[in-house]
Ligand binder design. Structure first.
Ligand SMILES: [Ca+2]
Ligand SMILES: [Ca+2]
Ligand SMILES: [Ca+2]
Length: 465
């Protein structure tokens, strides 16, 4: 008797303990408004367990549609289409999900979210988790604290359309993680603080098609084990990469003429062995503008054929335009870390660009590799070639001496070959160091007489000033 009372007492204590210590448990609340017409998110009768609070899991899985036109919607998890289908239309107010939002949770399910105004906030969003997910954003702000996945599990399918003045802010976006993901941007702003990945795991496919709007990311990985496709369909697309632009082994680039990517302190990596997959490079302008203190590695991928027109072809990883210096100065150093030509060697590949633009403060460290430019009159780049005519000689010396002692920008920004925004000894040294280098086969003799003449000219000019 005593024992059983003691037991009862302990059970009672345990129960009291659980109720006092354990945090409040969230409930599942299912949308039960008839699926034929949209219903108000905030009407308690539309849910089987009341309007969801910030600890509840909200499920719309009866084919129905909840509308948020104002007010503050909340849930811990939101599942639109768990095994069946479900939708949310948001045209105002806020919708805050403390954990994850799923569109199409299980295989065969389908979830849809339309955001035209207001704010949606979630820790994670899975557009097509195991099933099919569609997100259409024409306005408003979608903030993802951690990861936006589009096409998560193998067999899933996710599509995100961003247009109008819609804004996305996220930490990571993975388009095609193990499934198929498509991002279509025709307007708005997509800002990613850490990285954007297209086609991650084997069997996945991630496509980013942009015809307008602003895309800003730190690191951008295009194709890894899965296939990743960047398709720039209009020159209006405003793309900025601030950390790393990586074309992976299964990466593809399609781009229309005039397509531009701004590299604001961004490494250019190329791990592709398929120039056909990166044919878009032939229409692309890369603008390096990381500032005077930043030198960005640039992967050489082309077969080094010398300064001949045959080298300037799509099949040789030809880049249309390499511009150093935009809103800030741009500096690069060539590297050949990856064997793009599959000849079993690194350190022997080159860079071919149709147009080379070097603005104030620009430098290229060749690192023993070759860069060729101007497909109509092929030239080899030399660091001492101020006039960019493929030859280092008197004209380059005259350019440096002409602006001697000037701070930059001097009359001719190319007089500052060293990129330190001053025209002086280091620039002269670069001309003399490359003296007589020539794209053609007949270099001017680097004779002492020529160097002496140059120095005399320089001294004369210095006296004048
Ligand atoms: Ca290479
Ligand atoms: Ca020259
Ligand atoms: Ca200088």
């Amino acid at each position: 008797m005593l024992r059983s009372r003691m037991l009862e007492f302990s059970v009672f204590c345990a129960v009291v303990l659980v109720f006092t210590i354990a945090p409040a448990q969230g409930e599942y609340t299912y949308w039960q408004h008839e699926p034929g017409t949209p219903g108000d998110w905030f009407d308690p009768s539309n849910w089987d367990n009341g309007v969801p609070t910030d600890i509840d899991t909200a499920l719309i899985d009866n084919g129905g549609t909840a509308v948020i036109a104002g007010g503050d919607g909340q849930s811990e998890q939101l599942r639109l289409g768990s095994s069946d289908t479900g939708s949310v239309l948001q045209s105002g107010g806020t919708n805050t999900i403390s954990n994850c939002m799923y569109l199409g949770k299980e295989s065969g399910s389908q979830g849809t979210y339309e955001l035209s105004e207001g704010q949606l906030t979630a820790s994670d969003e899975k557009v097509g988790y195991g099933g099919m997910g569609t997100f259409t954003q024409t306005g408003g702000l979608n903030t993802i604290g951690w990861i936006l996945d589009i096409g998560y599990e193998s067999g899933s399918q996710g599509t995100y359309e961003l247009s109008g003045d819609g804004q996305i802010m996220s930490w990571i976006e993975r388009i095609g993680w193990s499934g198929t993901g498509t991002f279509l941007q025709s307007g708005g702003t997509n800002t990613i603080s850490y990285n954007l990945r297209l086609g991650s795991w084997s069997g996945s496919q991630g496509t980013y098609e942009i015809s307008g709007g602003v895309l800003e990311t730190s690191d951008f990985y295009i194709g890894w084990n899965g296939s990743g496709i960047l398709n720039i369909t209009s020159a209006d697309a405003d793309i900025t990469v601030s950390g790393l632009l990586n074309f992976g082994p299964n990466g593809s680039l399609a781009a229309v003429p005039g397509s531009t990517i701004h590299m604001t302190g961004s490494v250019f990596e190329n791990e592709s062995t398929s120039p056909a997959a990166l044919a878009g490079l032939g229409n692309l302008k890369l603008i390096f503008e990381g500032g005077s203190g930043v030198i960005d590695p640039f992967e050489a991928a082309a077969e080094d054929m010398g300064a001949v027109t045959e080298g300037f072809v799509e099949g040789n990883f030809l880049l249309d335009t390499l511009q150093l210096g935009g809103t800030a100065a741009g500096k690069i150093e060539l590297v050949d870390d990856f064997d793009n030509q599959s000849d079993g060697a690194t350190g022997n590949e080159a860079v071919y660009v149709n147009n080379l633009i070097m603005n104030a403060g620009a430098t290229i460290n060749l690192n023993g590799l070759n860069l060729y430019y101007d497909s109509t009159d092929p030239k080899q780049f030399f660091c001492g070639d101020a006039t960019l005519d493929g030859f280092v000689g008197q004209a380059d010396l005259d350019t440096v001496l002409g602006d001697w002692g000037e701070n930059v920008p001097p009359a001719d920004p190319r007089a500052d070959l060293s990129g330190d925004l001053f025209v002086g000894q280091d620039d002269l040294d670069m001309v003399l160091g490359d003296w007589g280098e020539s794209t053609g086969s007949i270099p001017e003799p680097a004779s002492a007489t020529v160097l002496l003449l140059g120095t005399i000219t320089m001294l004369k000019r210095r006296k004048k000033t």
